[in-house]
Design a protein around this ligand. Structure first.
Ligand code: TIU
Length: 225
């Protein structure tokens, strides 16, 4: 029987073929550097309550995913300690002392293996969940994500995490171009800037879902078996 979400601009997915077996909950970059005290974003002086807002909805979604067998993918933005995968054009911007690789209270900023790079404890991965390290904003660039999805038979992607206008939107656009059916969970994604979140939701679902659909975590949970 076809299964659809109560989503915008119309029910997702278009084919009604939504099952835990062919779908992944993709949690983008819920790392201490973006959501934790002393992490990268905190040190930049942004309001942490914004990027921490998705935590409660995500805890519920994770519990439902683990109950139903929905695949779970956690991504982490970060670089090798020698920064060989961080182009100077990415590193040498922003204030000196707050750049990727600079020392922070949670270790060197956005470097693999540092405390700030870890997924926040509230959403810690469990065995069997894919943890994908990515050097870019998009999760397909410089990773084997497409192969990992193919080997698991995943064709539908549910996007969550931070920030919605940067890593979430970049990844969703990359996925959309690769033929995945994509939905963005409105209350499980955030920006530091409320107007960017509003713009993200609007531009994703414009023109008949040009990038994808949006729905709430309640809508998603209601459609799970
Ligand atoms: N994860 C993610 O979005 N990385 C960023 O750098 N986001 C910003 O908004 N800066």
């Amino acid at each position: 029987m076809p299964v659809h979400l109560n989503s915008v601009p119309y029910p997702w997915p278009y084919d009604g073929q939504f099952t835990p077996a062919n779908t992944a909950l993709v949690i983008i970059d819920m790392q201490t550097d973006f959501c934790g005290v002393g992490g990268y974003v905190d040190k930049m002086g942004y309001d942490l309550s914004q990027t921490r807002a998705p935590i409660e909805p995500l805890k519920q979604l994770l519990a439902e995913a683990r109950r139903t067998g929905l695949h779970v993918i956690h991504t982490r933005e970060g670089h090798r300690p020698d920064l060989s995968d961080c182009p100077p054009a990415k590193r040498l911007r922003g204030a000196p002392g707050l750049r990727i690789g600079d020392a922070g209270p949670m270790g060197r900023l956005l470097l693999q293996g540092e405390p700030g790079h870890a997924i926040i404890p509230e959403l810690a991965p469990v065995d069997g969940e894919l943890v994908l390290d990515k050097p870019g904003k998009g999760a397909f660039y410089g990773t084997d994500l497409q192969a990992r999805l193919a080997e698991r038979g995943i064709t539908h992607l549910v996007f969550t995490g931070v920030t919605n206008e940067v890593c979430v939107q970049t990844t969703m656009r990359e996925a959309n171009d690769r033929g995945y059916d994509c939905v963005l969970i409105e209350d499980a994604t955030e920006s530091y800037f409320p107007e960017f979140k509003a713009a993200t939701l609007a531009m994703v679902r414009a023109q008949g879902a040009i990038v994808g659909w949006t729905a709430t975590s309640t809508d998603l949970i209601a459609a799970l078996p």
